[in-house]
Write a protein that binds this ligand. Structure first.
Ligand code: SF4
Ligand code: SF4
Length: 379
């Protein structure tokens, strides 16, 4: 544990980063977190002057993919500085200490920084049979999470396990796997779901807390609006094919080769909230849909128990691009939704008919024509 924590800027300078690198990093992280130009100076000042916050990073029933994702963030500073210098007060996965030594660090951090430390959790917490399915240092994760949460300033639930329960809570949920917010109810909790969450989203959340010393704007599930307010469908580059009614029917068919919409092969993009289509993965290189696989809805509650991965949604969504999880929550099941869905179906059928007619006119035409070229008076 560091007695006099340095600011992120001081740490960057010590590691040989220039002032320009620092400013670039601030811009990058502010953009990722949806902070506008007026907020950028606050980010710069905070990272320049504020000591890094004490963080206790806990691991329970999980595969560690959230940490794996984080250390592969696209900006080198995230791994070099944010993770290295922020998360290591206590991190069961990454700390060098083990056994008694690690436990001493944990209790010292809890005591010394009571009311100040950030508690982050990866993994769900088993509650069946007194929580015996996950024990650390002879104590159940259920006991530990309650005790450590007591002195925490705020909690971040990393990934779908800590946010929803994820695969461990899939039917029949033998361990009674439970997300953090169902166990801790008296602390502010930010949920950052995903299996795993995008590294730049994780970094953006931490930096936001550090810079503004308050929670970012959250939706009614506790997810930061700047990253989870739009559906994957809304930023999908295959969206023109969806709107045009051009779908992949089975993997490796002609439509798959042309990159058409994956809705019929089970894509959950229309009901999934994440920034994949904007931020993407692996330094912004790609994401599931770009790699030819339908979105499986990994940020959503019960995604393992919901409709099968390769079966298309039972309803045909047609919500507008500005719709958020909150507004969908308020309208789902209503007549309005039925009307919108019916409109979307009718629109797609009309478009497909037009496309079909055009296609037969141009039958000798190429195989690669884009739907935008074929739409006439599309909506
Ligand atoms: S259904 Fe899936 S593949 Fe098709 S446009 Fe929406 S998100 Fe993209
Ligand atoms: S595209 Fe869907 S399944 Fe893939 S990472 Fe994004 S939200 Fe998760």
């Amino acid at each position: 544990m560091i007695d006099n924590p340095q600011s992120i800027y001081e740490k960057m300078r010590e590691q040989g980063y220039s002032r320009r690198d620092f400013l670039r990093f601030c811009s990058y992280i502010a953009a990722a977190a949806g902070i506008n130009a007026t907020g950028l100076s606050t980010v710069v000042k905070a990272l320049e002057t504020k000591p890094r916050p004490p963080v206790i990073w806990l691991h329970y029933q999980e595969c560690t993919c959230c940490s794996e994702s984080f250390i592969r963030a696209s900006h080198p500073v995230v791994a070099d500085i944010i993770l290295d210098k922020i998360s290591l007060d206590y991190s069961e996965l990454l700390q060098a200490a083990a056994g008694v030594q690690a436990e001493e660090v944990l209790s010292e951090t809890i005591k010394k920084y009571r009311g100040q430390y950030l508690m982050t959790v990866e993994g769900s917490i088993p509650t069946n049979n007194g929580g015996v399915y996950c024990t650390i240092a002879g104590r159940t994760s259920l006991d530990r999470v309650k005790e450590i949460a007591e002195g925490a300033k705020a909690i971040i639930a990393w990934g779908s396990c800590a946010s929803w329960g994820c695969v461990q809570s899939a039917n029949p949920n033998p361990t009674g796997a439970t997300p953090v917010h169902k166990i801790i109810t008296n602390k502010p909790i930010i949920r950052v779901p995903g299996c795993p969450p995008i590294a730049d989203v994780m970094a953006g959340v931490i930096v936001y807390l550090l810079a503004f010393d308050r929670l970012p704007e959250l939706d009614h599930f506790g997810r930061p609006m700047s990253f989870y307010s739009k559906r994957v469908h809304d930023s999908c580059y295959r969206r023109p094919y969806y709107d045009a009614g051009l779908f992949v029917e089975s993997f490796d068919d002609g439509s798959a080769k042309k990159g058409h919409c994956l809705y019929k092969t089970g894509c959950k993009g229309p009901v999934t909230y994440n920034s994949c289509g904007i931020i993407r993965w692996n330094n912004g290189v790609s994401y599931c849909i770009q790699s030819g696989h339908p979105c499986i809805g990994c940020t959503e509650e019960n995604f393992w128990n919901n409709e099968p991965f390769y079966q298309h949604l039972s309803s045909f969504p047609g919500f507008g691009i500005e719709t958020t999880a909150d507004t969908i929550g308020a309208t789902v099941g209503g007549i309005a939704v039925a009307g919108i869905a019916a409109h979307a179906i009718a629109t797609n059928i009309r478009k497909r008919k037009t496309i079909g007619e055009n296609a037969s006119h141009n039958a000798h035409d190429d195989n690669d024509t884009k739907p935008a070229d074929k739409q006439e008076g599309g909506e």
